[in-house]
Design a protein around this ligand. Sequence first.
Ligand SMILES: CSC[C@H]1O[C@H](OP(=O)(O)O)[C@H](O)[C@@H]1O
Ligand SMILES: Nc1ncnc2[nH]cnc12
Length: 310
Amino acid sequence: MSESKVLVGVIGGSGLYHLDNLTFVETVNPETPWGFPSSPITISRLSSGTLIAFLARHGKGHTITPSAVPSRANIAALKSLGARAILAFSAVGSLREEIAPGDFCLPSQIIDRTKGIRVSSFFTGGIVAHASFADPFSKQLSAWLADKVAEALKIEGRDIKLHTDKTIVCMEGPQFSTRAESIMYRQWGGDLINMSVLPEAKLAREAELGYALIATATDYDSWRPSEAGVTAADVFKTLRANASSSRLVAAHVLEELAKGVADGKLDSILDEEKGAMTFSLMRLSSAWQDDKEGAQMLSYILPQYFGQGA
Ligand SMILES: CSC[C@H]1O[C@H](OP(=O)(O)O)[C@H](O)[C@@H]1O
Ligand SMILES: Nc1ncnc2[nH]cnc12
């Protein structure tokens, strides 16, 4: 593994299996206490010299279903490489007329419609923690990103809209929603829908990593009365163009991140979630003393609470 630490981790979703315009450094495949990540992780260097790590959520050949993504290993592996924050990309359905296929969105809220079959916490043994999740995406990071994503789309001259402050529904899948469900999500206030933002966002919070989602709309899901419901073919139609725009956006955002860190202006944004678990850990639990194996596993992501000398 290269000597220096990576600054941020990028998680690519459907259609986004690599980034462009970066200098390849190496590929790593760390085995975490929760197993191996979805795919080997590509470490690359930006023109400023800053390292970033890229991971394909569904594997390089898209072989992992949304319910089977090893999210704990993904988050733990990125943290172990030094990532302070995660920029996650996702292909999403639109639940609103004004969010058209091809548009970019930065959601600020999540409605959880997963079915409890995904392990959604690092704290599943005797050591208990209750992370705060009222604001599931890092607020400062998302606000900073909104400016930078808009800037990137303008520079590229692509006529693509950016929507902010939206609510994303995360469903289990792998089948798409029924019409009744799609209509109900709109009534609940949902604007977007995907199958992947959870438990990823929850685990990033537990690991005290900044986390923001850059979503690209691929379809109108199944709520429009006179339209046929969404099919995978609809998604694939826009996936390639969205991935190309996502690569351009990623390139701009990552360079700007590195610049901001070099200027000393972005440290507080990248470290927004640092210390977030301080008051979430149930320190009264006797497992803190008794569960040596559990503490050892947790020291991989939270050494300041569980490492030697903590
Ligand atoms: C290919 S359509 C459904 C699939 O696409 C999205 O994946 P990702 O979020 O990783 O881009 C969605 O969440 C589903 O997993
Ligand atoms: N309509 C949809 N529902 C769930 N996940 C999606 N990902 C892309 N489009 C989607």
